[in-house]
Design a binder for this molecule. Structure first.
Ligand code: URP
Ligand code: ZN
Ligand code: ZN
Length: 468
């Protein structure tokens, strides 16, 4: 099967030109100003942007968390992603206490079996590291295409690891070429603050933020950076939300250290005041790190413009408000942490980043597709439009209006963080490996179409499948 996408404005991290893209089978075969070739299907992309499929390196599908399980499984989460122009994501396998990494991977693979709509990889979240067991096994994960280790420095009593585990994992990563990812908050200090708040009778959702002040994020971010420096491991800080965390990252990058970081869509738009919404509505915005005072939003825009932050992810971790968030009606610490977002990252960053003049189209592609693909061992198979790359392409209509709403989104969550926001610009056709995933507002493939991708080691390229 061949497809010719004709006359669109092709935008990568580096290029911006009007031209044609010829797809043969699963890959991009040829690019040109005006290709004189026959194809089984021609898509007229006049007036449209032709973007690489977006890559989301931070999602949680079908994950047990906070006394419940995220509401989006692999099929609903990935369908939501596809409608938003995301064609590949990297989800977190969480090592159950006492389990080996092989057992953890088996559990997560079973959740995805026959359910995948888009392509995906896994990070391994380390929760339990033991000499003579999992420590050795950790070193072998990159051979299986799992080339990033995640550590939670918060969620005491659940996912949190101590500094010894963090540092030992970093030492393994320095040897194996894996990237270390950290959720950077000081979990011990937060635990004390949460207990004090509850003892004082402070149970409402906004205490989620008041017990996780920005300094706890700044301190842990700096600690992770310094430990990674000693271990000689590359570090990626997830979901950066505030000035206190941006500053140590800026210093490390200025010094040329191997430190990268992301923020997530919601931190540009949702602020602390959302948590104070009445009638328990604030619980919709209980995710971690919490929404911050508004002035942090400008700090984050500046950081993505100046490459202090290199990626915008979603941290999609969806729950129902009615039935799941309400578990914490009388105790904010029992509200499951997380929110939906996979479907609206491109919408929101295009509208308020590009259209508002904060970032260029090239930078948007870099933040949402190319940099995540490069950092997580998927590039150049994913994350760009180039001969040999997978034909993961978004034909994006920059003039079409789209109203963001839980009424129409594809996540199973009963709310949307950006409810009622009208954007101009939305994906019209989304292709994955040359096959149309979304067209005419409908999903065009059956679950099972998506594949698991074995990722390359940090800093290595993932060559197009045919040339491996
Ligand atoms: O609240 C959040 N972010 N939930 C998902 C788990 C995490 O910390 O990334
Ligand atoms: Zn986290
Ligand atoms: Zn997360």
């Amino acid at each position: 099967m061949s497809t010719l996408i004709k006359g669109g404005r092709v935008i990568t991290a580096a290029d911006d030109y009007v031209g044609d893209v010829l797809i043969e089978g699963e890959r991009i075969a040829l690019l040109g100003e005006s290709l004189d070739v026959d194809a089984d299907r021609v898509i007229d992309a006049t007036g449209k942007y032709v973007l690489p499929g977006c890559v989301d390196p931070h999602t949680h599908l079908d994950m047990p968390f906070g006394g419940t399980v995220t509401i989006d499984d692999v099929t609903s989460g990935q369908t939501s992603a596809a409608f938003g122009g995301t064609t590949c994501h990297v989800d977190f396998v969480i090592q159950p206490q006492g389990a080996t990494f092989a057992e953890a991977l088996e559990i997560w693979r079973a959740k995805a079996e026959g359910k995948q709509v888009i392509d995906m990889g896994y990070h391994m979240a380390v929760t339990d590291l033991r000499e003579g067991g999992t420590l050795e096994e950790l070193a072998r994960l990159p051979e299986q295409g799992v080339t990033s280790y995640k550590l939670f420095m918060a969620y005491k009593g659940a996912l949190m690891v101590d500094d010894e585990t963090l540092f030992r994992t970093m030492e393994v990563a320095a040897e194996t070429g894996a990237l270390v990812m950290v959720h950077a908050e000081n979990g011990d200090a937060i635990d004390v603050l949460v207990k004090q708040a509850l003892a004082a009778g402070n149970t409402a959702p906004h205490y989620h933020a008041l017990t996780r002040p920005p300094e706890t994020e700044g301190e842990a971010t700096n600690r992770a950076i310094q430990l990674a420096r000693i271990a000689g491991a590359p570090l990626y800080v997830v979901h950066v939300s505030c000035r206190e965390a941006v500053e140590p990252i800026a210093r490390a990058r200025e010094a040329g250290w191997d430190v990268w970081a992301e923020t997530c869509t919601q931190y540009f738009f949702i602020d602390y005041s959302h948590l104070e919404r009445p009638n328990f509505e604030g619980a919709k915005y209980v995710y971690t790190p919490p929404p911050r005072p508004r002035e942090n939003q400008d700090v984050l825009w500046h950081a993505v413009r100046s490459d202090i932050l290199s990626v915008v992810s979603t941290d999609h971790c969806a729950f129902l408000w009615d039935g799941q968030k309400t578990l914490g009606r009388d105790d904010f610490s029992k509200i499951p942490n997380g929110a939906p977002g996979l479907e609206n990252r491109l919408h929101m960053i295009h509208e308020f980043g590009v259209r508002a003049g904060r970032i260029s189209l090239n930078r948007m592609v870099e933040l949402l597709a190319t940099n995540p693909a490069k950092l997580f061992g998927l590039y150049p198979r994913k994350g760009t439009i180039a001969p040999g790359s997978d034909a993961d392409i978004v034909v994006f209509d920059p003039e079409k209006r789209h109203l963001i709403s839980a009424e129409t989104h594809h996540s199973k969550s009963d709310y949307n963080l950006f409810e009622g926001t009208e954007v101009t610009g939305t994906p019209e056709i989304v292709l994955l490996r040359g096959t149309v995933l979304v067209e005419n507002g409908e999903l065009q493939v059956e679950p099972g179409f998506g594949r698991f991708v074995e990722r390359a080691a940090f800093g290595q390229e993932l060559l197009p499948a045919a040339t491996r």
